[in-house]
Design a protein around this ligand. Structure first.
Ligand SMILES: Cc1cc2nc3c(=O)[nH]c(=O)nc-3n(C[C@H](O)[C@H](O)[C@H](O)COP(=O)(O)OP(=O)(O)OC[C@H]3O[C@@H](n4cnc5c(N)ncnc54)[C@H](O)[C@@H]3O)c2cc1C
Length: 456
């Protein structure tokens, strides 16, 4: 399917959509982004689709990827019945994200090659079409054109101007309603099989009764995040699963030297991790950035990034190793020694600073070593889920990244954290969800439109 990016005038300026794949054979046909007729959002939407012979898309999971995907499928194909099944509360991670502010995406990576480098799992595969089709700029313009004012902070993180994740949730919920997506909560997709007709047969467990709904869907988008159940559903449909392990976590360090520094932030340190492991081929695990001392150890962007790049190796090492911290990475050790000596000479003779002035040269050298190469024993993984994600899931080799369709099973799509993609802290994980959701949703919408016009 050849995809080409275009802008359509529908009163929502700067919102990118795809031109329809069959536009070349039907030059007079133009998809117009007008508001679709309001569809009644009832729990009977599935039944309605079946009876009316309308095609049905079922989205498993009402998180960022699922809801964004559903909205975009419905935007492209307003006639398509779209049902999102959510076992808990929709968009619950969006709500708590970014400390309640929701770090929507990252505004500093305009080059998609550099953007991809922020994904410890996915950095090679995501260099291609993925972010070209729908990257951070597209995400920002979509939210902006749907009434959410955004701001880019100095470090590139993008937040709603309101500083509240509710702005993002309200925007998505309003689009769900306006487009006529049926969002059904407190229901779990328990099993999926493929019928001889090629349709998907879903078993949906209602939380309020023992009743199991059986639903036939034409298209399926699995966007179940890091839920075990989602991995099982993907396996049932023939996919393999890369073992899930935690990523983006803090380090547990019990060290008296840190106790009094709890709450202190170092704006720029260089950290290097050496793991207690017999594993071979462990890459060099080094990061530079801000570090925060907590009452259980160390946190902050430099540590979180280290945990992401080392996620698998840390898991295999039972989260044990040595952390080498350089508190002044911009100063060479020799320069530091001369700075310290110079300081000592300056203070010599001043009565209030006798202690500092009389410090021995060897003690000065020890201070220098501590500042340049302070060693801490990492004894475990912090429990505080600041921005916790899962590495592992459906391998990217089993997905076409320009459509998000499974290479194993036609009309099956994936988006978001269920895939073996995870980013470092800074808005990159939501960007994966928005990009995947958009690509899957628009692809499904185009297929449904083609099918409606008998162009299958
Ligand atoms: C505390 C916290 C803060 C975060 N902050 C940020 C941030 O500021 N910026 C950022 O980029 N990333 C952040 N992240 C990461 C980000 O939240 C995730 O990467 C993102 O939510 C993934 O979106 P998703 O739609 O793929 O999965 P999810 O958001 O996890 O959604 C999946 C949904 O599927 C549902 N589901 C699962 N299985 C089934 C089933 N069988 N039937 C029905 N429903 C099912 C789940 O209940 C869930 O609602 C944060 C994560 C956490 C935990």
């Amino acid at each position: 399917m050849a995809m080409r990016r275009c802008f359509v005038g529908s009163g929502q300026a700067n919102t990118s959509v795809f031109s329809l794949s069959f536009s070349s054979i039907l030059p007079t046909f133009h998809y117009k982004r007008t508001r679709p007729r309001e569809r009644r959002c009832t729990t009977h939407a599935i039944c309605h689709a079946t009876k009316s012979k309308e095609e049905l898309l079922v989205v498993v999971g009402g998180g960022a990827a699922g809801v964004y995907g559903a909205i975009h499928a419905k935007t492209v194909a307003p006639h398509l019945s779209v049902v999102v099944i959510e076992k808990g509360k929709p968009l619950s991670k969006v709500k708590v994200s970014g400390g309640g502010r929701c770090n929507v995406t990252n505004g500093h990576c305009v080059d998609n090659m550099i953007l991809a480098e922020n994904y410890p799992r996915g950095h090679k595969e995501l260099r291609g079409s993925f972010f070209n089709i729908h990257g951070p700029v597209d995400t920002m313009s979509w939210f902006a054109s749907h009434g959410v004012e955004l701001k880019v902070e100095d470090d590139g993180r993008v937040f709603p101007v309101s500083n509240s994740s509710s702005s993002i949730i309200d925007c998505l919920n309003s689009e769900v309603k306006q487009r006529g997506v049926s969002l059904q909560t407190r229901k779990t997709v328990a099993a999926i099989s493929i019928l001889s007709s090629g349709k998907f047969l879903l078993e949906i467990q209602q939380h309020t009764s023992v009743h199991v709904e059986r639903v036939e869907a034409d298209y399926l988008l699995i966007a179940s995040g890091s839920s075990r159940q989602g991995y099982t559903l993907a396996s049932q449909l023939g996919h393999s699963i890369v073992d899930p392990v935690p990523s983006l976590f803090t380090f547990k360090i019990e060290d008296l030297r840190l106790r009094e520094l709890s709450g202190v932030t170092f704006p720029k340190v260089k950290v290097r991790l050496k793991l207690d492991s017999v594993q071979r081929n462990i890459p060099k695990l080094t990061q530079v950035g801000p570090m925060l001392v907590t009452h259980w150890g160390l946190s902050g962007p430099a540590i979180l990034r280290l945990s992401a790049w080392g996620a698998r190796f840390l898991f295999s090492s039972s989260y044990k190793g040595q952390l080498f911290v350089d508190f002044i990475p911009d100063l060479h050790v020799e320069n530091l020694k001369s700075v310290l000596s110079h300081h000592k000479l300056q203070y010599a003779g001043l009565s209030g600073d006798v202690l500092w002035a009389s410090i021995s040269n060897s003690s000065l050298m020890s201070i220098g070593s501590v500042l340049k190469n302070c060693i801490f024993e990492v004894t475990g993984k912090g429990q505080f889920k600041d921005e916790f994600v899962t590495a592992g899931g459906v391998p990217l080799s089993e997905i076409s990244l320009n459509t998000m369709e499974s290479k194993v099973c036609t009309r099956l799509f994936f988006a978001g954290e269920i895939l073996n993609v995870d980013g470092v802290t800074g808005g990159f994980n939501f960007q994966n969800a928005w990009s995947g959701g958009f690509i899957a949703g628009t692809t499904i919408g185009r297929l449904a439109l083609g099918s409606c016009l008998g162009l299958k």
